[in-house]
Design a protein around this ligand. Structure first.
Ligand SMILES: Nc1nc2c([nH]c(=O)n2[C@@H]2O[C@H](COP(=O)(O)OP(=O)(O)OP(=O)(O)O)[C@@H](O)[C@H]2O)c(=O)[nH]1
Ligand SMILES: [Mg+2]
Length: 134
């Protein structure tokens, strides 16, 4: 059987000081009811950076002013394979709101381990903590 195509996803770690913004996925979504870093699928013809700007406008109503690559994670779920392009965002205009009615929380980075994230997300917390220490 051919390997299914990898879905490229632009994901934002949005930081305000030592606080990180997380959002709750809807029950009916893939990896539903878990917390996530906002973002979504990169569409045809878009760069990762462009996709992130679009997704954060659509999902949170903020305008990203700068972003930097934090890490990349390839993960095979039983039903699909994703490649998360995780970007660090600490400059943006506007105040994030859950435009898709998703609950949002600003969480101290050190408290992230007490939230349940999609299975692919394991390495992200460590990368955040490392980034904040530098
Ligand atoms: N946004 C986001 N997606 C993640 C994370 N971790 C993770 O495995 N994913 C997976 O990445 C895939 C695409 O993300 P998404 O559901 O946000 O895509 P999207 O905004 O384009 O949504 P849509 O398909 O409802 O239009 C999903 O299969 C999701 O489970 C994460 O931290 N944030
Ligand atoms: Mg999304």
């Amino acid at each position: 059987m051919p390997t299914p195509e990898t879905i490229l996803v632009a994901v934002a770690v949005i930081a305000k000081g030592t606080k990180i913004l997380i959002a709750k996925r809807a029950a009916e979504q893939h990896q539903g009811d878990k917390w996530e870093y906002p973002g979504g699928k990169v569409e045809a013809g878009e760069s990762v950076e462009q996709a992130l700007v679009r997704e954060l406008d659509e999902e949170l109503g903020i305008k990203v002013q700068s972003q930097q690559a934090l890490l990349e994670i390839s993960h095979q779920y039983p039903e699909k394979t994703v490649k998360l392009m995780v970007q660090w965002v600490d400059e943006f205009d506007g105040n994030p709101v859950g435009r898709e009615n998703q609950p949002l929380r600003w969480v101290e980075a050190q408290d992230l381990p007490s939230f349940t994230f999609p299975d692919a997300n394991g390495p992200i917390t460590e990368a955040i903590v490392a980034r904040l220490r530098c």
